[in-house]
Design a binder for this molecule. Structure first.
Ligand code: NOJ
Length: 559
């Protein structure tokens, strides 16, 4: 497998609205990010991925873009962005932008033009169809949006419906139009020429829709998805972006594609010249405590999660590069889900160990490094996200309403990861000087960056050690992966091997004690205990009994 900087890096994701407010309007901004660059660097990451920073009416908090070549005035301006970009580069950190080109905002000038008439040159930038029924007012097919009711919206001025597979404010672009593809390439060039180092490509697997837009299999959300997820021209369009633009820069790309499988990823992410994306995010490791969506909870199954990691490793190893993450802006926080609030610090460290010492590029989401947790909201009025409101309508059809729905949202909604970052225990958590745009988690008085800095044993300081270890040991980056205890419901045990070096990772997902015996051929006394989340580490006869959510990492040279 070829070595490369993007395989060796770790990435920090910023969801700008909730990162740090510098101007006292309750909304995170670029100056706030600038202030925190040293902190970000200190975690041991090599790059920042910014969730959208562009002008947006916020139907989907930035994922509805009104101008791809500018900065949202709520966050600052282009000068401040360049200052952040240079500041990151001066600290040896790369910068990746979110590239959201499956859809624009309805406020984008292209869409405004498109609505003027069917003859407008921008009309064909979007996906329009005549309505059905006698009055022509019925949607063109049965597709449903993932975020907001039906997938079609009628526009009187052109007497047609436009497609939006997300909110009504996010009309899908017509990627079959070469002019749209040229616009995408221009956007890429614009940012790369400015010095940006790559892109996270939002729902990039949705950009090619099946010809004829046939009816979808009738499911209550995202009906029709089988006709646009990994559609007919996906590879061809990504290859065009790659060959015409991306290949000319030493840049990184990571694609997002819901319900993606290794087979599909390996068509896009390869190690040879058919490669169109450097890597992709997969999702199924985050489905070990739910059924397809975070909203439908099931008890956490360690076995299910381990199988998933194994499946991806087996499929990708030697053929393509993978990503490692536990949190982002689309999912509830991980400690509440796979760890334990009672053992927040121990399980926060254990989860990071389990995840980031596998093979792939680590992505860490803001606040994860201090062990931020989910918030408890008390009424539907406190929620902000269209997805929550759409689910409110959908689940009410199944009798889940009122307080019961609020409880469900508290567990399942992605808003949990969008509460402001907790910087210190002062009023408004050091995030802002005024009431923030979204509720702070009241636990900020105990869980915050200042506390974590002051505590040698904090989750934050553990992340620092963990990322440093990964960076300094090629075996942790390029080594082969092999699991032990596959059938255990309590332990996740694996080793990494490379050229005579070995890393053994032992993670307990249990509160109760579990007996761990080193696998045959491994002598713990010959290894160096390089990472651990408890201070005293007894070993007897090559075995130990785990403490709640214990994690240990042994390093062996010359095995
Ligand atoms: C995936 C993004 O991560 C999510 O936040 C967004 O709502 C959808 N794509 C639509 O852009």
């Amino acid at each position: 497998m070829k070595k490369s900087w993007y395989k060796e890096m770790a990435v920090y994701q910023i969801w700008p609205r909730s990162f740090k407010d510098s101007n006292g309007d309750g909304i995170g901004d670029l100056e706030g990010i600038y202030e925190k660059l040293d902190y970000i660097k200190s975690i041991g990451v090599d790059a920042i991925w910014f969730s959208p920073l562009y002008p947006s009416p916020n139907a989907d908090y930035g994922y509805d873009i009104a101008d791809y070549m500018d900065i949202n005035p709520e966050y600052g301006d282009m000068e401040t962005f360049k200052k952040v970009l240079n500041g990151a580069h001066e600290r040896n950190m790369k910068v990746f932008m979110d590239l959201v080109v499956n859809h624009t905002s309805t406020e984008h000038k292209w869409f405004k033009e498109a609505c003027k008439s069917v003859d407008n040159p921008y009309h064909d930038y979007y996906i329009w169809r005549k309505g059905k029924g006698k009055d022509g007012k019925q949607p063109p097919n049965n597709w449903l949006s993932t975020f907001e009711g039906g997938a079609w919206e009628y526009v009187e001025s052109v007497d047609e419906f436009y497609l939006h597979v997300f909110t009504k404010g996010q009309p899908d672009l017509n990627m079959d139009n070469p002019k749209v593809r040229q616009e995408v390439k221009d956007i890429m060039k614009f940012w790369l020429d400015m010095g940006v180092d790559g892109f996270r490509e939002d729902v990039i697997t949705y950009i090619s829709k099946k010809e004829g837009l046939p009816n979808g299999f009738p499911i209550p959300v995202a009906c029709g998805m089988e006709h646009y997820n990994c559609g007919p021209h996906l590879y061809e369009y990504l290859k065009e972006f790659h060959d015409d633009v991306l290949s000319k820069y030493d840049c990184f790309t990571v694609g997002e594609g819901p319900l993606i499988t290794p087979e599909k990823v390996l068509k896009l992410v390869t190690e040879d010249d058919t490669q169109v994306l450097k890597t992709m995010f997969s999702f199924d490791h985050l489905e070990a405590d739910c059924l397809m969506t975070d909203w439908i909870k099931k008890p956490f199954s360690l076995k299910k999660m381990k199988k998933c990691y194994q499946k991806w490793y087996d499929a990708m190893n030697g053929k393509g590069w993978h990503t490692l993450y536990l949190e982002n802006h689309d999912h509830p926080r991980i400690i509440d889900r796979y760890g334990s609030l009672k053992y927040r610090v121990e399980s926060g460290k254990m989860l990071a160990t389990m995840c980031y010492l596998q093979k792939g590029t680590p992505f860490i989401y803001q606040g994860q490094e201090i062990g931020m947790t989910n918030i408890e909201l008390h009424s539907i009025d406190e929620f902000k996200d269209m997805v929550t409101f759409n689910n409110q309508i959908m689940f009410s059809k199944f009798g889940i309403k009122g307080d019961r729905f609020v409880r469900m949202a508290n567990k399942g909604s992605r808003e949990n990861s969008r509460t402001p970052v907790q910087w210190d225990n002062s009023e408004y958590a050091g995030f802002s000087t005024v009431e923030p745009w979204f509720n702070l988690n009241p636990n900020y008085t105990e869980i915050n960056v200042a506390q974590a800095e002051a505590d040698e044993n904090s989750i934050l300081n553990y992340y620092r050690k963990l990322l440093k270890f990964r960076k300094e040991h090629e075996v942790a980056i390029y080594g082969d992966f092999k699991q032990y205890y596959e059938n255990s419901n309590e332990l996740f045990v694996y080793e990494r091997n490379l050229d005579g070096e070995k890393v053994l990772v032992v993670c307990s997902f249990a509160e109760k004690s579990v007996h761990f015996k080193a696998p045959d051929g491994i002598d713990l006394s010959k290894g160096e205990l390089v990472l651990n989340n408890y201070t005293i580490n007894p070993v007897n006869h090559n075995s130990f009994v785990t403490r709640p959510y214990e994690a240990r990492v042994y390093y062996f040279k010359e095995v």
